[in-house]
Design a protein around this ligand. Structure first.
Ligand code: MG
Ligand code: FE
Length: 168
């Protein structure tokens, strides 16, 4: 199962890089939201979960490789930073951000579904269980966003119509 092991390690690395990017993006998002307190609170909660996910992935990689492998993904972190601080906000920034978050959570769901299948093939039951716990958090975040996209859009439109600050 050498190839399966190598693929699994590469996918763990990608997942870690994805989570580091998520931390950067959600930090920037939470910082700028002012008028959508429920959204802000949910992002901050998921930010905490995401920090723990990133640490879990570091631990899983060390566990799987016997501590011989570490993550080097500064590039992804910097890419995330660039997206997070990219200057002017569009007038519908909160909507664009929420659409982006919804898409990102689904990328994470797909990533962990792949990792769980690979861990299962490799007979790594403990690692699989940790990945399933992360997947449950991604699904919960995706479901929250799906449930609240309607409200957020209506609040945005109402605020924008009344010339209240709507974009954040
Ligand atoms: Mg995540
Ligand atoms: Fe997530």
């Amino acid at each position: 199962m050498t190839h399966a092991r190598d693929n699994f390690i590469a996918w763990l690395r990608n997942a870690h890089s994805m989570e580091e990017q998520a931390i950067t993006m959600m930090t920037a998002q939470a910082r700028r939201i002012e008028n959508y307190p429920d959204l802000k609170e949910r992002i901050l909660l998921h930010l905490e979960e995401t920090r723990a996910q990133s640490e879990t992935l570091t631990r899983l990689l060390a566990q799987f490789t016997g501590g011989t492998s570490t993550f080097k993904d500064m590039a992804a972190k910097l890419a995330g930073t660039a997206q997070g601080v990219s200057g002017m906000l569009t007038s519908d920034a909160v909507i664009k951000g929420t659409i982006g978050s919804y898409a990102f959570e689904h990328m994470e769901i797909a990533t962990y579904t792949v990792l769980i299948a690979a861990a299962d093939e490799l007979g790594e039951e403990e690692i699989k269980a940790s990945l399933e716990a992360i997947l449950a958090e991604e699904v919960a975040m995706a479901e929250w966003l799906e449930k609240h996209l309607d409200d957020i859009t209506r609040i945005f439109l109402m605020r924008d119509e009344r010339d209240l600050l709507a974009k954040r």
